[in-house]
Design a binder for this molecule. Structure first.
Ligand SMILES: Nc1ncnc2c1ncn2[C@@H]1O[C@H](COP(=O)(O)OP(=O)(O)O)[C@@H](O)[C@H]1O
Ligand SMILES: [Mg+2]
Length: 408
């Protein structure tokens, strides 16, 4: 069952009329999840005047309606507004010449006298439920949160998370964040040759500050356009991370980006489990060898007992040998018939890419490894857009068996 999503709605009021300001403060202050902030009148002429931390969902302004400056300011605000911003306008004079001139999708409501605070409260609640619906929809989509977990050290989780995320941006044009949660040892930044100055721990240690705008300021952009929230490379940085902090971080990133790709540490703790529960798919990266296979099987059997949905777990057989399909059939049985993606082994390319801090496709575009990473990216992209392809394996086709989504 889907957990209740707690939504915060930021309302920024730019109100000159003291009486209106007070009524709003009283009524909006009573609603859980609404943060109402007041700014002095005439303090906002363009959205650039709004501080980064207070970037609102709703801008609530009262307008005298007579000065030409009012008209220019409002028209500019409406034109500048990003997707999610809604502007609510309170007019103090019914006959304002401005009312007729205003239009644009951001201008959600116009209130004319007499002023009734309850009307605004209802409209704020509507924005709140709209935001909750958007978040639930985003989370419900397969591919919106993808996590990579290594079944045994060095299985390739970081390599695949990093390169798949990069391909989702450079090949499929998606808006993606790569979140490195391997706190203390993370090397996603190193793999992409970027030098972050802020890290995931900056947010996770002060969860009360987490909102999409604060998080945006912590991201480092790779030349491909991929945004990275890096982990500090500092073995002593293993702070205690709370489930609530992780929930807030994922929430903020999902709100702002289409796809979130997460590199998990090899740890089972309440907070890593929370990421696994939210991920769809949760990729377990493994090899077709005894120890990693045993670990993968253990994970597949145990994780559903602690709340990770089995339908969301998929396996990546990294370092796969060419023509190893018969082997893979045995692997599939061992792994309870979960979907298995094959990624070819190519040590020299993988290591060279990591050493140079370059995406694999920039070194060996035609290699089997590069093609398999592109297939993973294509799979996530089509899952996300709802156009998932089925790829029957040659083996299955020979046996006349059905297709398997995401399999090989
Ligand atoms: N498909 C592959 N073929 C060959 N080498 C690989 C492949 N995938 C990853 N590697 C190499 O394996 C090593 C460990 O990979 P890494 O992604 O850091 O693993 P993990 O994050 O699971 O510990 C790295 O040197 C990487 O270059
Ligand atoms: Mg790793």
């Amino acid at each position: 069952m889907e957990k209740k999503v707690l939504v915060q709605v930021n309302v920024l009021g730019v109100i000159a009329d003291q009486d209106i300001a007070q009524q709003l403060q009283e009524s909006l202050g009573r609603i859980q999840g609404v943060n109402f902030t007041l700014r002095p009148p005439r303090s906002i002429r363009s959205l650039a005047d709004i501080g980064v931390k207070e970037m609102p969902d709703i801008l609530l302004m009262d307008i005298d309606g007579h000065t030409p400056q009012d008209a220019t300011d409002l028209q500019r605000l409406v034109a500048e507004s990003p997707d999610h911003l809604r502007i609510f306008c309170i007019f103090r004079h019914e006959n304002s010449s401005l009312i007729g001139k205003l239009k644009g999708p951001a201008l959600a409501h116009i209130y004319t006298p007499p002023f009734v605070a309850q009307e605004i409260v209802l409209d704020v609640l509507e924005v709140m439920s709209d935001k909750r619906r958007r978040l639930l929809e985003a989370r419900a989509r397969k591919g919106s949160i993808t996590a990579f977990f290594s079944a045994s050290g060095g299985a390739g989780a970081t390599t695949l998370a990093t390169n798949t995320a990069e391909r989702l941006v450079s090949q499929f044009g998606r808006r993606v964040t790569l979140l490195d949660l391997d706190i203390g040892f993370g090397c996603a930044a190193l793999t992409l040759d970027i030098q972050p100055r802020t890290f995931a721990t900056t947010a996770l240690t002060q969860p009360e500050r987490i909102d999409p705008v604060f998080i945006e300021a912590l991201l480092t952009e790779h030349e491909s356009g991929l945004k990275v929230l890096a982990a500090p490379a500092d073995p002593q940085a293993g702070e205690t991370i709370s489930v609530a902090a992780i929930q807030a971080l994922l929430h903020a990133l999902v709100e702002r980006y289409e796809l979130l790709v997460i590199d998990l540490p090899r740890l089972i703790t309440p907070w890593t489990l929370e990421v696994m529960k939210q991920a769809d798919p949760l990729f377990i990266v493994t090899h077709n060898h005894m120890v990693p296979l045993r670990n993968t099987r253990l994970l597949i059997e145990q994780l559903p007992r602690v709340g990770v949905l089995k339908e969301r777990i998929e396996v990546i057989n990294n370092h796969a040998r060419p023509g190893g399909e018969l082997h893979s059939e045995h692997m599939r049985e061992t792994l309870h018939n979960l979907p298995i993606h094959q990624v070819s082994s190519d040590f020299s390319t993988a290591v060279r890419a990591q050493d140079q801090g370059a995406p694999i496709h920039s070194l060996q575009r035609r290699s089997a490894l590069c093609r398999d990473i592109e297939k993973l990216a294509e799979y996530l992209n089509s899952s996300f857009t709802g156009t998932t392809q089925t790829h029957p394996s040659l083996f299955k086709r020979m046996l006349g068996q059905g297709h398997r989504v995401g399999g090989f």
